[in-house]
Design a binder for this molecule. Structure first.
Ligand SMILES: Cc1cc2nc3c(=O)[nH]c(=O)nc-3n(C[C@H](O)[C@H](O)[C@H](O)COP(=O)(O)OP(=O)(O)OC[C@H]3O[C@@H](n4cnc5c(N)ncnc54)[C@H](O)[C@@H]3O)c2cc1C
Length: 496
């Protein structure tokens, strides 16, 4: 009787594993080209049988969950699975976003209750800890299983110089602290320019840079050496009228922002630690790139780039800007470093453009974003190969991971080359992280840390990104679920 019911249970588990495997295959495939015409369908079918596709599949082994998660405890897998299911369930995400943005959070009792729930669910899943000590422990745990970390103190946007200075000292503390961690367990540090330069000034500088691009005779006396930040296909709807010149106070504040970024860059140069500058929304991005490029010009003079900018492939103009900036850098003998992401501000970008009555700056389809990501990755991998650049491929997309790994192999790039890194956010795409690590590449997890209420904006972005049963994290959930089921099945066999 007991044997028959165990057999029944195993049968059900098998069925579930097979269904999950089918989901992995179909979801992975759906993230690659979606054929439109019968002719395209045929060519996709043909391509899938070519040696190239087989080679792609062989580079990353995502089928063998036992090998992928061999260093991960079952309890962690189960907790992670539970959190991932929670964030994929739309009504929970909608309610969570509503509560966190509502006035209820102004009530002390309610706020501490909500933050307590968030702490033990989303926060534990996506964040590394409330302070440096906790984050360092998380990092050491990752190091033990062969992954590195990108430490990120989750600072809020700054509105004045006082907050900028305070944030700068927090960033410096984080960078300093890496000295006490296992050697090379931290692959890079990161900085948000919106935390070290007042937002209003970033908007003003972006407006002025846009206007200067439109009318090159409009002279900006404060402008220092930089690379192109805008191109013909860049959106200009943020700046519909000619902006006023910077006041002397604004010029002084901008100089201070340059100095803050320079101090951070110098510190990273001293410690040979790459500094990744985050990309944000398009109303302030030209100024962020301006500050980043001016620091790159001063600091990236040695073999290994230190200051890295970020390219958001969901923007229609991203590839053109990447080509213009890298060409300018090469002419000046500066090494370029980029973190390549798809972009996290999709809904706010769409909302802004449509509220002003302009076309969206984002690719019309997700497929357009995928193609742009893979093309930008390919451009940068060639720069790594010819010694002029470095890239952090920050993505959870299995197809992009495979395509880039294949291209790196074709170019003969050594997998331990420090100029090629892959990165995923903590709590996301662990399967891809381990598959890349098992294939020999250098992989980091992005580790935001800080008090729970400080990282709420970050958690809201993650909730948006993971919502829906068809998000990229579906694949990760399926991989983990399969492995938990496999372990369960194995322990039932053992117990028999
Ligand atoms: C280490 C690291 C650092 C990061 N730093 C930054 C940063 O500095 N700035 C930043 O903005 N983001 C940053 N991100 C977040 C990143 O942008 C998101 O994680 C990313 O967009 C998710 O995409 P993915 O590559 O994992 O691929 P997928 O999950 O396959 O793609 C989802 C993405 O595709 C795009 N997309 C979705 N729908 C459409 C559509 N209809 N049309 C066009 N495009 C669409 C969106 O960008 C969406 O996020 C970072 C991520 C990592 C891992």
């Amino acid at each position: 009787m007991a044997i028959r019911s165990t057999q029944k249970l195993l049968g059900r588990l098998n069925k579930s594993i097979n269904t999950s495997a089918a989901v992995i295959t179909s979801t992975t495939e759906s993230s690659s080209s979606v054929p439109n015409s019968p002719r395209e369908k045929k060519s996709v079918a043909e391509t899938s049988t070519t040696g190239k596709k087989r080679a792609n599949d062989q580079i990353l082994d995502l089928e063998n969950g036992e090998k992928l998660f061999s260093s991960i405890k079952t309890s962690y897998l189960m907790k992670s699975l539970m959190n991932q299911y929670l964030v994929s369930y739309d009504p929970i995400v909608d309610m969570g976003i509503w509560v966190m943005k509502s006035r209820l959070m102004e009530t002390m009792v309610f706020k501490s209750l909500i933050l307590g729930v968030v702490k033990h669910t989303f926060y534990d899943h996506f964040c590394a800890g409330e302070n440096l000590d906790e984050a360092s422990k998380t990092l050491e745990g990752l190091w033990d299983v062969g992954l590195k970390g990108i430490m990120d103190y989750g600072l809020e946007d700054a509105n004045d110089n006082f907050s900028c200075d305070r944030n700068l000292s927090e960033f410096l503390k984080t960078i300093e602290s890496t000295k006490f961690l296992p050697p090379s367990s931290v692959s890079s540090a990161c900085v948000k320019i919106t935390a070290i330069c007042p937002i209003s000034l970033l908007k003003r500088v972006s407006d002025l840079l846009r206007w200067e691009h439109k009318d090159p005779s409009y002279h900006l006396p404060w402008k220092v050496d930089t690379f192109p930040m805008l191109c013909e296909s860049s959106p200009f709807y943020h700046t519909l009228t000619r902006p006023n010149h910077l006041t002397s106070i604004e010029e002084h504040d901008l100089q201070q922002a340059h100095e803050r970024l320079h101090e951070l860059s110098e510190k990273c140069l001293e410690m040979n630690l790459p500094l990744l500058v985050d990309a944000e929304y398009s109303s302030v991005q030209p100024a962020i790139d301006y500050l980043t490029y001016s620091s790159m010009i001063k600091i990236n003079r040695y073999e290994m780039p230190i200051v890295y900018g970020t390219i958001q492939a969901y923007l229609k103009d991203s590839k053109e800007r990447l080509l213009l900036a890298t060409e300018a850098a090469e002419k000046m003998g500066v090494k370029v470093g980029y973190k390549l992401v798809r972009g996290a501000y999709l809904s706010s970008e769409l909302q802004l453009a449509s509220s002003l009555g302009f076309a969206s700056p984002i690719h019309g389809t997700i497929q357009g974003t995928h193609e742009c990501y893979n093309e930008c990755a390919s451009i940068m991998l060639e720069k790594v190969a010819n010694g002029t650049g470095a890239i952090v491929l920050a993505t959870h997309n299995l197809d992009s991971g495979r395509v880039a790994a294949t291209k790196a192999q074709e170019l003969g790039l050594g997998k331990s080359n420090p100029k090629l890194q892959f990165a995923q956010l903590k709590g996301m795409a662990d399967g891809l992280s381990f598959a890349l690590k098992n294939a020999g590449f250098q992989v980091s997890k992005y580790l935001p840390y800080g008090p729970v209420d400080m990282v709420i904006p970050y958690l809201l972005r993650r909730a948006e990104e993971n919502r829906g049963m068809l998000s990229t994290s579906t694949i990760d959930r399926e991989l983990m679920k399969n492995e938990v089921l496999r372990r369960l099945k194995a322990s039932i066999h053992l117990a028999k």
